[in-house]
Design a protein around this ligand. Structure first.
Ligand SMILES: [Zn+2]
Ligand SMILES: [Zn+2]
Length: 105
């Protein structure tokens, strides 16, 4: 598991990599389209994080209605925006992450 993780991070150009179809979003496990904001993520999580960056005032993302430890999967990722965002951040997603990838190219 750990070695696989290292391997995925070392992929230099995810967009053109033949491995691309096998990549999974680290946040929810959905099919990933590549590295977004510095983290391997699906289109859904990419869009979610982009909205979170732009619209920080959304109260739904500031509160967990459960125990702040919600499981984020393809099926449950829309249930708790708070925990989804926390998971994105915990995985290292950031506004500067995107720039870092562009520079690394
Ligand atoms: Zn995802
Ligand atoms: Zn939650």
């Amino acid at each position: 598991m750990f070695q696989r993780h290292l391997f995925l991070i070392s992929v230099p150009t995810p967009k053109t990599s033949p491995m691309n179809n096998n990549l999974k979003c680290l946040v929810c496990g959905d099919k990933s389209s590549g590295i977004h904001y510095g983290v391997l993520a699906c289109e859904g999580c990419k869009g979610f994080f982009r909205r979170a960056l732009q619209d920080v005032g959304d109260p739904a993302r500031k509160k967990c209605f459960y125990n702040k430890n919600c499981d984020i999967t393809i099926l449950t990722r829309n249930r708790c925006q708070y925990c989804r965002l926390q998971k994105c951040l915990a995985l290292g997603m950031s506004r500067s992450g995107k720039e870092h990838i562009l520079l690394a190219k």
